[in-house]
Design a protein around this ligand. Structure first.
Ligand SMILES: Nc1ncnc2c1ncn2[C@@H]1O[C@H](COP(=O)(O)OP(=O)(O)OP(=O)(O)O)[C@@H](O)[C@H]1O
Ligand SMILES: [Mg+2]
Length: 212
């Protein structure tokens, strides 16, 4: 909840409401963080949309199942967002009425989003995002697929997930530089799997990362 509040405060009101959750390498916690943020926002009463945009992932989709046509056809204007987006009720108490909107992963491992026209895709995507208070886009790793930087160009802002135990700092810096070149604001980094006992008094490498 604290992270969600920080993100909402960091997003300038006029700059939009879509956030790419990405990282340098696989298995750093992008899907965990993106889906937790989307669910937390929905439970707080916001119109929240989670988009599984990790088309090349070999991990099972966090939201389960696939949907074709999918994100590619949406971004090229062949299908509307409303045809693809499902609403998942989050509470068993019907009076609560909180639900999360979900665009499932497209099952098409050969598709490269990065081959699409990003200016046209950004227009379609921005129009969809207007229907929501906040949109979280779950991304592939930056250094593993060109899709992540394509997605960065169509959203309003990005956050970089760092796995405190395993991330390689050179890769994190390289990813930050690549993200900055897209011109999309980087709101900050999330230190995932931070263990105060292990990392609390010896987090110098991460202090260095923030200073650079
Ligand atoms: N903070 C955490 N605490 C415990 N387990 C975690 C945490 N963050 C991630 N995990 C676990 O680590 C694994 C990788 O996480 P996740 O799938 O979110 O990473 P990812 O960056 O989306 O990976 P990929 O690049 O394959 O899409 C998952 O099994 C997830 O449940
Ligand atoms: Mg993932």
């Amino acid at each position: 909840m604290a992270l969600l509040s920080a993100l909402r405060l960091d997003l300038p009101p006029a700059s939009g409401n879509s956030i790419l959750v990405t990282s340098a390498a696989p298995a750093e916690g992008k899907t965990t963080i993106a889906s937790s943020l989307a669910i937390t926002a929905a439970l707080a009463g916001h119109a929240s949309l989670f988009i599984d945009a990790d088309l090349q992932s070999t991990s099972p989709s966090m939201v389960g199942g696939y949907r074709n046509p999918g994100l590619t056809e949406f971004l090229t204007g062949e299908v509307s967002g409303s045809e693809l987006i499902l609403r998942q009720r989050l509470s068993t108490d019907h009076r609560e009425g909180h639900s999360l909107s979900i665009m499932k992963r497209e099952e098409r491992f050969n598709t490269m989003l990065s081959l699409l026209d990003w200016t046209a895709a950004r227009k379609v995507f921005t129009a969809l995002a207007l229907d929501y208070d906040i949109v979280f886009v779950d991304s592939p790793p930056i250094l593993a697929a060109d899709d992540a930087l394509f997605l960065a160009r169509i959203v309003d802002a990005a956050i970089l997930v760092i796995n405190t135990g395993t991330s390689n700092l050179d890769e994190v810096r390289q990813s930050r530089e690549l993200l900055e070149k897209t011109g999309t604001p980087l709101l900050g980094a999330v230190l995932n799997r931070f263990e105060p006992k292990t990392h609390g008094h010896s987090n110098k490498p991460y202090r260095d990362y923030h200073r650079r």
